[in-house]
Write a protein that binds this ligand. Sequence first.
Ligand SMILES: [Mg+2]
Length: 258
Amino acid sequence: MPGLKSIYGIASNAPYDGGRYDHEPAQRGDLPAEEDWDTHSYLRRVPTVFEAVRSEFGAELPLLHDSHHRLTPIQAAKLGKSLEPYDLFWLEDVTPAENQEALRLVRQHTTTPLAIGEIFNTVWDYQLIIREQLIDYVRSAVTHTGGITHPKKVLDSAGQYQIKSGMHGPTDISPVGLAAQMHLGLAIHNFGIQEYMKHGARTDEVFEQSFTFTDGLLHPGEQPGLGVELNLAEAAKHPYQRAYLPFNRLADGTVHDW
Ligand SMILES: [Mg+2]
């Protein structure tokens, strides 16, 4: 976004290997890094980005966008409406997750599919938004929402309303978590899509995995159980380091949701 120096979504320190980021594109450090934010600039800019991407790559390419909980309900409604011509696969986390009723207002104004839930922690967070059909994709990771059993309950209930899975899968979901939700995705009838970012070499040495990723498809492999073994000797070589996520400031210095 023009005018902003540092913003989530742009990998600042990873080598670009010709097509794929090898890490979560968020700064992490001993103390939270400061990033910039300007909602009005964002709302003006995003439709022009999708206009450019659609005209370059055509109608078939599935496009997903994450607003990272930064908008008010009416701003989110405006964004969803302005992105309708570009036929998004989903628009993610448009409003802060604490107030699920906000999605009623967004839903009234736009047909852009909505995904939410990567920071939900319980089955109960989904009760209203599934029953009122306010979302299209469930974003919970099994490691944040009670293990395999609770997301299974959420997704079975979501399936009655044609709501699908889209479980959270950045690199801070470990290979254990990813394998667990891969198995859950295979067990349900309303699987949608699985987010996946390849882990780095150090993570792969600690978590020995049987699952594979080829041509956009994950396969669980042939090992029993989740198919992931934790190599404790390898893990011991990497002591804990503090790693906070960033925070946002507006141009006037106000702190804003990250
Ligand atoms: Mg997200």
